[in-house]
Design a protein. Structure first.
Length: 285
């Protein structure tokens, strides 16, 4: 007769009650951001991260669009989202509980080199952003719990290092840079202009001139290339910059002003829509 563990019992519990989030940075992995959360109604706006976004559903289901492709995921399913890939997320019928980590490119390479004992050639990436691997998902949940439970350094290092190495061995690949078309180059000029001037109030006319495209053409081509509109990209860029400032200890009010948001309430709404937590919770994590 199989005895159900406390972890299995917890995962089998129905999702109900208030939404819960726990956000922290783990010093054992160079301050890697970690999140465990239960979302019943919260919806993530389209956004991207400077880091990888790696996670798995523990219970319930999430409906997400990644790089323009929409699907539903549940227990045993993984998210393997590369830096700068646009995605969103919405609860399924009963919400979901999941765990996420956000390792930087540098940390990922360092872990792979440490585990393999040799230099990593190329840039790590994942060609599939969703996949089903129940065995590896269980390993991820165990490794994540060692971080959340503040386990000893050796236990945490072994479990998370081993997970990341196995994950890449099974599902990783190297980035291949495609040849860019003229239209692609044009919208990338517009994107770079938004990145460089994110705190300014940029108009569509101005951005279209930078790209050398009509306003309508720019919007269509930008969405086709990046799976997000120019305005949504600008808002997400501001939130990503805000994350950096909050990590440095800036106040929410100063951060909102510096990043070009109209006011603190506007900033808080967009920040939570892309991170799942408020600026204050993120700053304290």
């Amino acid at each position: 007769m199989h005895t159900i563990s406390q972890e299995e019992a917890t995962e089998a519990m129905p999702l109900k009650g208030a939404e819960r989030t726990r956000f922290w940075r783990d010093p054992r992995f160079n301050g890697m951001e970690c999140l465990s959360a239960t979302f019943i109604t919260h919806e993530f706006a389209p956004h991207a991260h400077d880091t990888f976004s790696i996670g798995a559903i523990e219970a319930g289901s999430q409906i997400s669009t990644i790089k323009g492709e929409r699907s539903q995921t549940g227990p045993g399913d993984f998210y393997l989202i590369n830096p700068d890939e646009v995605h969103d997320g919405h609860p399924g019928a009963d919400g979901y509980r999941y765990r996420m980590i956000y390792p930087s490119m540098e940390l990922f390479v360092d872990v792979l080199e440490d585990v393999t004992g040799r230099a990593f050639r190329g840039t790590p990436s994942f060609s599939r952003q969703r996949l089903t691997d129940p065995e590896l998902a269980d390993a991820f949940h165990r490794a994540h719990r060692t971080l959340e439970g503040k386990a000893g350094a050796l236990e945490a290092d072994e479990s998370m290092f081993s997970f990341l190495a196995t994950l890449f061995q099974r599902h990783g690949s190297a980035i291949i840079v495609p040849v860019r078309s003229r239209e692609s180059s044009a919208v990338r000029r517009a994107r770079d202009y938004l990145i460089e001037n994110y705190a300014r109030d940029i108009g569509l006319d101005e951005l279209a001139k930078v790209a050398g495209l009509s306003r309508a053409h720019l919007i269509r081509a930008f969405r086709r290339e990046f799976h997000i509109t120019p305005h949504a990209f600008l808002t997400d860029k501001r939130v990503r910059e805000a994350r950096s400032l909050l990590r440095l200890g800036w106040s929410a009010a100063d951060t909102a002003y510096h990043c070009g948001f109209a006011d603190q309430a506007h900033f808080t709404r967009h920040f939570k829509a892309r991170t799942g937590v408020t600026p204050g919770a993120f700053r304290a994590g």
